[in-house]
Design a protein around this ligand. Structure first.
Ligand SMILES: C[S@@+](CC[C@H](N)C(=O)[O-])C[C@H]1O[C@@H](n2cnc3c(N)ncnc32)[C@H](O)[C@@H]1O
Length: 420
């Protein structure tokens, strides 16, 4: 916990100290076995992000730096090399030009014949359109590249000013700059700054601390997450996994999927440079697609047993995610649903009714604040999967659950075994 509280000025020193002692992550104390909602809530309050970014005179520079991380063009650039794009546009424009000239020459040589059968003018038009299209794409790409070069220059300057980038002289004596060794903590701090500034729906440090504590206690071999976004929660969970553990995270939005891929890659660099064999980013496997369809295809029946399922996608789909993942849940697995407070009476209602009334789950709400907001109450629903039982809740249980929700007694879920 000291480690989390010290994320501001003394955070790196604190983390280095823990690492020297061979600890991957450290919480308040080893005897802190967090099992009750109250304890988890206390934990969340203590882990709040220090106000190191508020009234920051370097704010504009930080924004310039982080804009790099938000622009999807950069992620496409990262995956699709520009030389290939230019070669394709250039070659296509050149072949259209050649075809245009050849068709024009043919038309000039035998105008009567070509005009009679109609193919000459049509070919000429098609080739001219192709030429115009590919030439425009070529020029547009060049212009975009110039704009990006300029933008990157500004980003580099901002990174140097903020200490994220260092200057060095290469073998040829040229002055160069490079990003400092980055690792998972660096990425997490960056994402927290971004999240706080723009109110991004990352799980945030307070709920993130609860999540980490659950993972640290549960020691899961397989964590499945629905809703990766930039990979903030996936990285947090990966940091505290036991040896051999992995996180499989599903994201349906391609841009976010690529963003998260890049962050996972970056998160590995510090550890790679330090010569470490196992890296936090490697423990996260990202899957692109709607989790409702992709999850049952990606996990192997009988082999992949989920020990912790974290749901943070579209609220009204939570029940579908759970149903898709249920055949893979290990008895005793934890199912953690974010935003059970803010969406408890809305999109999450069918999900909450299900886990609170089903005999297959024991469920409770851990109240906490919404990420980045001290004035908005939220909560995480933590349900324990008890194993396959009778199909679905009894009508009485379902009715009691509905009544309880109607009078606003949302909270400790009814242990299904007692209710049936
Ligand atoms: C609240 S954000 C997740 C934040 C992330 N867990 C974190 O704390 O950093 C929700 C994400 O879920 C994704 N999503 C929504 N519905 C999904 C689905 N059916 N399958 C996979 N991803 C989904 C969205 O594209 C979005 O990126």
């Amino acid at each position: 916990m000291r480690c989390l509280e010290g994320r501001g000025s003394n955070g790196p020193a604190c983390l280095a100290k823990f690492r020297r002692k061979g600890l991957r992550f450290c919480f308040l104390s080893s005897k802190s076995r967090v099992s009750t909602a109250k304890r988890l809530q206390k934990f969340a309050v203590a882990a709040r992000l220090p106000p190191d970014d508020r009234n920051d005179p370097d704010g504009p520079k930080r924004r310039a730096m982080e804009d790099e991380l938000r622009d999807p063009k950069y992620f496409l650039e990262y995956l699709l090399p520009r030389p290939l794009r230019l070669a394709f546009f250039g070659a296509s424009a050149a072949s259209c030009l050649i075809a245009t000239v050849l068709t024009a020459v043919r038309l000039l040589q035998s105008p009567a014949l070509e005009l009679a059968d109609g193919s000459g003018p049509r070919d000429l038009l098609v080739n001219i359109i192709g030429l115009a299209t590919f030439a425009s794409l070529f020029v547009y790409d060049q212009q975009q590249a110039q704009a990006r070069i300029e933008e990157r220059r500004k980003v580099r300057e901002a990174q140097i000013a903020l200490g994220d980038r260092e200057l060095f002289v290469n073998e040829k004596g040229e002055k160069m700059s490079r990003l400092k060794e980055v690792n998972d903590d660096w990425i997490i701090r960056r994402l927290e700054r971004w999240g706080q500034r723009d109110g991004m729906p990352f799980v945030g440090p307070a709920k993130g601390a609860i999540l980490q504590q659950l993972v640290a206690d549960k020691r899961p071999q397989l964590v499945v997450e629905v809703g990766t976004m930039a990979g903030y929660s996936a990285l947090l969970m990966a940091q505290v996994l036991p040896p051999g553990g992995r996180v499989v995270s599903f994201e349906k939005d391609l841009t976010w999927f690529l963003v998260a891929k890049r962050f996972m890659w970056q998160a590995n660099q510090g550890e790679k440079n330090a010569g470490l064999e196992t890296r936090v980013g490697d423990r996260v496997k990202l899957e692109w697609g709607d989790a409702r369809e992709v999850l049952p295809r990606v996990l192997r029946p009988g082999r992949d047993r989920i020990n912790l399922l974290f749901l943070d996608g579209t609220p009204k789909e939570y029940l579908d995610y759970l149903k898709a993942a249920e055949p893979f849940l290990e008895p005793g697995a934890l199912v953690v649903a974010d935003n059970a407070g803010v969406f408890g009476a809305g999109g999450l209602r069918p999900y909450l009714e299900y886990v609170r009334s089903s005999s297959q789950y024991r469920s409770e709400l851990v109240r906490c604040k919404l990420e980045w907001r001290e004035d908005v109450e939220d909560g995480i629903e933590i349900s324990t999967y008890l194993g396959p039982g009778p199909a679905g809740p009894s009508p009485i249980t379902a009715m009691m659950s509905k009544e309880a929700a109607a009078v606003g007694t949302e909270g400790s879920g009814s242990p299904g075994a007692a209710a049936v």
